[in-house]
Design a protein. Structure first.
Length: 159
């Protein structure tokens, strides 16, 4: 079953974020606290939204998807950026990932979002194969750019 996350899900979402970060070999970078996630997802001005996948027999959370809206100046429409998609290893192959993505795709269509986009690590062959099986288009000509830490501060100092 797929459902909207609630504030009560925050500890489990945080735990799954850490599990995802460990899988992606970057657990030290997953610093978000429960308080930060609670504010981001359920504060007065949410920065993001989340769905939870539950195991049918137990009702326990086995995965989540966290997304936020974006805007395209080319299409003049909103879109969706999927920040995280994670299904716990013991629940993989049970259709939870596909169900999470299908729920998000349906949200896009209901709300006039023309684009549903996300990133995947180049070495994550299982995820890449899964996304290809859904018909996802890989935009090889685009590169993600990021400023953090010192370079971000240095650029800001010039404003």
């Amino acid at each position: 079953m797929i459902r909207a996350a609630t504030e009560n899900d925050v500890p489990e979402i945080r735990a799954m974020i850490r599990e995802l970060a460990a899988y992606e070999r970057a657990v030290e970078q997953a610093r978000a606290t429960e308080e930060q996630l609670r504010e981001a997802l359920f504060g007065a001005q949410p920065a993001a939204y989340a769905l939870v996948a539950e195991d049918e027999p137990t009702g326990g959370p086995v995965g989540y998807a966290l997304w936020f809206p974006r805007f395209s100046t080319w299409t003049g429409t909103r879109g969706m950026h999927l920040e995280d998609l994670y299904v716990r290893p013991d629940a993989r192959g049970g259709g939870h990932g596909r169900a999470l993505l299908a729920a998000l795709a349906a949200h896009c269509l209901r709300n006039g979002f023309e684009r549903f986009e996300w990133s995947v690590l180049a070495w994550n062959d299982p995820a890449i194969g899964f996304y290809r099986s859904l018909g996802a288009e890989f935009l090889d000509e685009w590169r993600i750019c990021r400023l953090t830490g010192g370079p971000l501060k240095e650029l800001a100092a010039g404003s």
